[in-house]
Structures are given as structure tokens and as C-alpha cells.
Design a protein around this ligand. Structure first.
Ligand code: NAP
Length: 325
């Protein structure tokens, strides 16, 4: 059991008052799913931009965004949304970023900051940078925050609160633009860290991408078992399986794009994972109880560290309070 004396670090649990002055005049968000709609909501409630303009490839999503009234304007096209914007954030799946950059490039205002929220950084930089006119500051970002839900109704203003947002500015990026974007994310409740894009991709491969692959795999394996029925898998899921199903319910398109665009880092980490899994198999086969308990003791300490840093709560039920996503 995790000790009841373990106390999470005190972290803010609300967004706080709106800013006196907006940080940007016109914020354009392209792709209004979980992340884009959460950004629209927090930008509105914290007064981060004077005007918020939303665009999405899907007419249905545009209509829902207008109905939810989470942006000041809903544009028909990404090009129309970015005209006159001093901050543009691409919030579409990783594989769509290059096409959007090609579409909006000619309409970006000189001096504008272009950013994104994609879960992979090096491949997005290669896909987006060639389409940007001189005078536009490209500062890629990745908020390490999310849920397994998608679409404009899934978003909420506190999604980024006390989560990390990693900025990966290319060499030679304007420090003022990096600082302005950092200030935006801090005002949205996030902690900001700067990283090299390749390092980001390696870190996220082990902390996010490989864990998702493992969850997709174990849920897939259970679904394909013949000697255990599907109803038994669901009925007895509280034994651990259920926690994997939450991750394995994540958006299929988003995750397809992540694996296709972070191939090298994921394969490298998967190689390490496979070696360690083989070592575990050997411990079980040889009855090496000491080896198993040593490993499980080390892994418990990792969980404690996550709780102490306020990235999870010690509450039961996978740390999720009733009603929390
Ligand atoms: P989402 O809920 O599926 O929303 C993505 C939206 O982008 C959808 O409405 C989609 O429309 C739209 N879109 C697709 N192609 C487009 C295009 N060419 N132009 C304009 N809009 C387009 O996804 P999300 O979870 O918000 O993820 C968005 C981005 O955030 C991804 O790059 C992801 O890697 C990153 N991210 C996600 C999480 C997370 O946990 N979900 C966390 C951090 C970062 P359709 O529905 O018609 O395709």
C-alpha cells in the first residue's frame, strides 16, 4: 500500500482571475478538438487574447464550436482564421500539420507567432517550417495534458493547470517570441520547459507513446483470447485491465499519427522495453522472487515521485476523483 502519510505537493487547483490586459490581440486556433477547445476555453476565461478565432476542417465541428460559444468567431477556413492573428496555434492531428501550414503560410501576418500542440516535435518542424514566410516566428509546443476523449465538447479550461508544456524552439528562434508564448502557457496554468525537439521525442516515447502502445496491445490481446470470453474480460477488469482500457480508448487517428511520426524514438524505446520484458520472463521462469520484488519496489518509488510532484493524486481508482476526466 502507498503510505497514508504520503502527501502530494500543494499545487494550484483553479485558474485564478483574468489578466488585466490580454497577451495577444487575435488568437487563431486551427482544429477544435479536445486540445483546441480547451485552449479556447482557458483563453476566454483568463482573457489571454482580445479576440479568439476558431477553424476546423469539419463543418460539424465548426457548427458545434459556434453552438458552444467558446470562440468569438468561427472561420470557414484556416486561411481566413489566421489573417491578422498575432498568435496562431495548430491543434490538429500531427499528420495534418504540414498541409495546414501550406494552406495558411501566405496569410500569416508578419511578426506573428505560429505554434502547435502536437505530441511529436521533430517531424512537425520538418513538415511546417518550409511553408512559413520570413518574419513569422515558429515556436512549436506540446502541452503534456490530455484525456482519452476527443472533440470540442471534451475540452475544459483547467486541462493545462499544473501540467507541463514543452516548447521546442528551433535554433535561432527569437527569444522574445519564445518568452511571449511561454507567458501565454503560464497564464493558462501550465509550467513551461524548453527542450530540443529530438530530446522531446525521446522523452515522450518512453513516458507516453510506448505506454499507449502497451495499452493498445494488451487490450487487443485480451479481446482476441479464445479461452477467456469477452464478458469475463469486462466482468473482472478491476484486476488491472480496466486501467489500460482508459488509455487504449484514446483517439485512433491521433495515435496512428504519433507512431508514424515518432518512429525512431518509439522503436528505440520499444527495443529497451522488450529486453526488460524478456528479463522479467526469465525471473518468473527461474522463480527469482528477489529480482521481481526488487523491481516492483523501484517502480513503486516512481509512482510516489509522480504524486509528490503533483502530477497525480494518491486517491484510489487510478487517482481519478469521481467526475474528473
Ligand atoms: P481531436 O479532439 O481529435 O481534435 C482534432 C481536431 O482537428 C478535429 O476536430 C479534426 O477534425 C481537426 N482537424 C483534422 N484535420 C484538420 C485540418 N487539416 N484542418 C483543420 N482541422 C483539422 O484531437 P486532440 O486530442 O485535440 O489533439 C490535437 C493535437 O493535440 C494532436 O496533434 C495531438 O497530438 C495533440 N495532443 C493531444 C493530447 C491528448 O491527450 N488528446 C495531448 C497533448 C497534445 P475531424 O474530426 O474532422 O478530423
Amino acid at each position: 500500500m502507498i503510505s497514508s502519510s504520503l502527501r502530494a505537493r500543494r499545487v494550484p487547483d483553479r485558474l485564478g482571475a483574468p489578466l488585466n490586459e490580454p497577451l495577444f490581440e487575435r488568437l487563431a486556433l486551427i482544429g477544435i478538438g479536445l486540445i483546441g477547445s480547451s485552449l479556447a476555453r482557458v483563453a476566454r476565461s483568463k482573457g489571454l487574447a482580445r479576440t479568439i478565432v476558431a477553424a476546423d476542417a469539419s463543418g460539424e465541428v465548426r457548427a458545434k464550436t459556434a453552438e458552444l460559444a467558446i470562440a468569438d468567431k468561427v472561420a470557414e477556413t484556416a486561411a481566413a482564421a489566421v489573417a491578422g492573428a498575432d498568435l496562431v496555434i495548430l491543434c490538429a492531428p500531427v499528420g495534418a500539420m504540414g498541409t495546414i501550414a501550406q494552406e495558411i503560410g501566405p496569410y500569416l501576418a508578419p511578426g506573428a507567432i505560429l505554434s502547435d500542440v502536437g505530441s511529436v516535435k521533430a517531424s512537425i518542424i520538418s513538415a511546417v517550417a518550409p511553408h512559413l514566410p520570413a518574419g513569422v516566428h515558429f515556436v512549436p509546443a506540446h502541452p503534456v495534458a490530455g484525456t482519452e476523449y476527443s472533440g470540442p465538447e471534451a475540452g475544459f479550461a483547467t486541462l493545462f493547470l499544473n501540467r507541463w508544456c514543452i516548447l521546442t524552439p528551433p535554433d535561432g528562434a527569437d527569444p522574445k517570441a519564445v518568452e511571449r508564448l511561454s507567458a501565454f502557457w503560464r497564464a493558462a496554468g501550465a509550467n513551461v520547459e524548453i527542450m530540443q525537439p529530438a530530446h522531446h521525442d525521446l522523452v515522450l516515447a518512453i513516458t507516453s507513446h510506448v505506454p499507449h502502445l502497451i495499452a493498445y496491445n494488451i487490450v487487443g490481446t485480451a479481446a482476441d483470447l479464445e479461452e477467456v470470453t469477452r464478458s469475463e474480460v469486462i466482468k473482472f477488469s478491476a484486476g488491472g485491465f480496466r486501467d489500460f482500457t482508459r488509455i487504449a480508448a484514446s483517439d485512433p487517428i491521433m495515435w496512428r499519427d504519433i507512431f508514424l511520426n515518432n518512429k525512431e524514438a518509439v522503436l528505440e524505446m520499444l527495443g529497451r522495453f522488450t529486453e526488460d520484458l524478456t528479463a522479467l520472463q526469465r525471473m518468473i521462469r527461474r522463480g527469482d522472487g528477489q529480482g521481481l520484488s526488487d523491481l516492483f519496489t523501484r517502480t513503486r518509488a516512481i509512482r510516489r515521485g509522480i504524486i509528490e510532484q503533483g502530477q497525480e493524486t494518491a486517491a484510489p481508482d487510478f487517482g481519478r476523483r469521481a467526475g474528473e476526466r
